[in-house]
Design a protein around this ligand. Structure first.
Ligand code: URA
Length: 242
């Protein structure tokens, strides 16, 4: 049970003061009845609306975004459009952040949440949650390059990367490959291929753990992740499914 003004402030984009004011002005209804007392205790089974729009009373929210190119993976930026700017109003609440960053020109699956513990669990390399990417390369992928990448490559600045898994989806002069890693070092995949003597010209994250990016989501679109899907993410440990 939480106070109504606290719930409004946590779930929406209102400050606690604005939440109180919103209730006072008769814009909030609980289970269909307009209320004016901000201290009212609300449980998860109640229905709360603001100006007729229903709020989510869930403790945390987990959103799958199909990130387009040109958007930064940050919570806010003074001059650039961020992944949070793409979240529809119905999912907005305070404390949202991307759990793991993609480069501005990388596409695909970004998980946005307000649950710091969950984010830590899926990002910590110790937990080995696999992140799967599709990459287009500028040159053919030699067997030796693939072997170095898979066994754990050392980058040009001496940073070492753990093992990865690389498979070819489309062979040729500019092959399309699938690569799986369980870390999130800065520009990791681009730098891994560079260290192996190749170049990434296109990069898309297609899966986190065992959860695929929903093919129905157009670039820039989001949807909520279900509890069953969250389990699929946490069950997707390195090499358990390839
Ligand atoms: N590796 C990269 O190089 N870039 C990304 O955006 C993600 C992984």
């Amino acid at each position: 049970m939480e106070r109504l003004d606290k719930i409004l402030a946590l779930q929406g984009t209102l400050s606690r003061k604005d939440a109180k004011e919103t209730v006072k002005n008769g814009r909030v209804a609980v289970n269909g009845v307009t209320v004016r007392d901000s201290s009212l205790k609300i449980s998860e089974t109640d229905t709360v609306t603001v100006d007729g729009k229903e709020l989510s009373l869930k403790k945390h929210i987990y959103i799958m975004l199909n990130k387009p190119s040109g958007i930064v993976s940050a919570s806010d930026s003074k001059c650039e459009k961020t992944v949070i700017d793409l979240v529809p109003e119905k999912f907005l609440r305070s404390g949202l952040f991307p759990a793991g960053r993609l480069d501005k020109d990388t596409l695909g699956f970004v998980l946005i949440t307000d649950d710091g513990d969950f984010a830590h669990r899926i990002l910590s390399p110790k937990n080995h949650i696999v992140k799967t990417y599709e990459a287009r390369l500028a040159g053919t992928l030699a067997k030796s390059q693939r072997e170095i990448l898979q066994s754990g490559i050392t980058l040009s600045d001496g940073t070492t990367c753990k093992e990865s898994r690389v498979s070819i989806i489309e062979d040729g002069d500019a092959p399309l490959v699938r690569i799986q890693i369980c870390e999130g070092k800065y520009h990791q995949i681009k730098r891994m291929f560079a260290a192996a003597g190749n170049k990434v010209t296109y990069l898309k994250r297609i899966k986190i753990g065992n959860l695929d990016l929903d093919k129905a989501l157009l670039p820039g679109e989001c949807r909520e992740i279900t509890p069953e899907e969250l389990e699929k993410i946490e069950n997707g440990k390195f090499f358990s499914e390839f």
